[in-house]
Write a protein that binds this ligand. Structure first.
Ligand code: KG4
Ligand code: ZN
Length: 345
């Protein structure tokens, strides 16, 4: 359907340079360059290294996306870019590049929220999102429960982490287990051989008087570290697979229980998962199980679209164009702490 706008999306909020091309809800290209290997020895993303890598990867990645989609820059009808939240320097590279393309191609520019884009990406696989939906957004920097009455204009925060993000907890626990960074995928793999009931790790903020939709993973992370220390002091081997499985179970249990509760409390029967941690196999399986039991329709993008990419930005841009939302002004900047309820700016 060539009557729908062709949207070019730019994602540079962390260590992935993502360039996506979307028409309507159709994904045409999703080109990705990552500086992950350059950060590995530091055990976390180094902002200056990420910014430099975005700069170097930008133009080749745009060209790759255009070639993959079989289009030229002149075919692009609108440009969308993550303007926050994220690392300021990294965001600025994407915003500057997107502005340059929008100006040169004389097309509108949309500065979008990275978190809303993690939700929008699901539309590329499962079509228009039911509205309202509840969204559980779990990434390396964020863990949030959202009420989404209108993805183009109205996204409301129900709760968020009070300390570490879920992905951050995976990364830190992987580090104490001697597994590589980022920690989510190796923990997911190690957990397959382990017993999820081996160790009863704490479930943060699940007491009757705790905020029902807020999360806390810092106590869990500390409990895992203490448990490992105690084993090492006693001269006993650390059962990596059991620790990984029991930790992963604690995270998946809390996330899915709170998401299902948010659906029930708000009378919403659609749940969508997004963000890098939504690639976790146990989280996906437990969400499936609990949603089926509660009569909730669950939507989860494929793992590749859960982690940061340019297609998610193009997907949200496409949604904004279709909804007739006003484009951003040419002086759009980066906002490292852009609030979740600002879908575009
Ligand atoms: O959404 P994302 O790619 O980047 C941010 O916006 O932060 O999320 C990255 C996070 C990392 O913390 C990584 O460990 C986690 O997602 N992650 C996973 C899995 N794959 C990536 N966590 C658990 N299980 C996975 N399979
Ligand atoms: Zn992300």
């Amino acid at each position: 359907m060539a009557d729908q706008a062709l949207v070019l999306g730019f994602e540079t909020s962390c260590d992935e340079t993502g360039i996506g091309l979307v028409r309507g809800h159709t994904l045409l290209a999703d080109a990705l360059a990552t500086s992950m290997a350059e950060h590995e020895r530091f055990g976390g993303v180094v902002p200056e290294i990420a910014s430099r890598a975005h700069l170097e990867a930008m133009v080749p990645t745009v060209h790759r996306a255009l070639a993959d989609a079989g289009v030229t820059a002149a075919d692009v009808d609108a440009v969308a870019v993550t303007s926050g939240p994220g690392l300021t320097g990294a965001l600025l590279v994407g915003v500057a590049a997107a502005k340059a393309y929008a100006l040169a191609l004389d097309v509108p520019l949309y500065g979008v929220n990275h978190l809303a884009a993690h939700v929008a990406v699901d539309e590329l696989q499962h079509g228009p999102l039911a509205e309202p939906s509840i969204a559980l957004l779990v990434s390396g920097g964020h863990s949030s429960l959202l009420l989404v009455p209108d993805l183009a204009r109205d996204v409301e925060s129900l709760g968020r982490t009070v300390d570490d993000a879920a992905g951050e907890a995976f990364d830190k626990v992987a580090r104490v287990l001697g597994l590589p960074f980022p920690g989510g995928p190796p923990i997911d793999r190690a957990a397959r051989e382990g017993d999820a009931a081996a160790i009863a790790f704490p479930r943060g903020l699940t007491g009757p008087r705790d905020a029902p939709y807020d999360f806390s993973f810092s106590g869990l992370k500390t409990a895992v570290a203490r448990w490992i220390e105690a084993r090492e002091r006693a001269g006993q081997p650390v059962p990596v697979a059991d620790v990984a499985a029991s930790f992963q179970e604690a995270v998946a249990d809390v996330l899915t229980a709170k998401a299902v509760r948010a659906c029930r409390d708000h009378g919403v029967d659609h749940l969508v998962l997004g963000g890098g941690v939504a690639a976790n196999s146990r989280l996906r399986a437990l969400a499936e199980e609990r949603c089926a039991a509660a009569g909730i329709v669950l939507r989860v993008p494929s793992p590749k679209l859960c982690t940061d990419n340019g297609a998610m930005v193009a997907a949200l841009g496409s949604r904004l164009v279709a909804a007739g939302v006003a484009p951003s002004s040419p002086d759009l900047g980066a906002d490292s702490s852009l609030p979740i309820d600002v879908v575009s700016r």
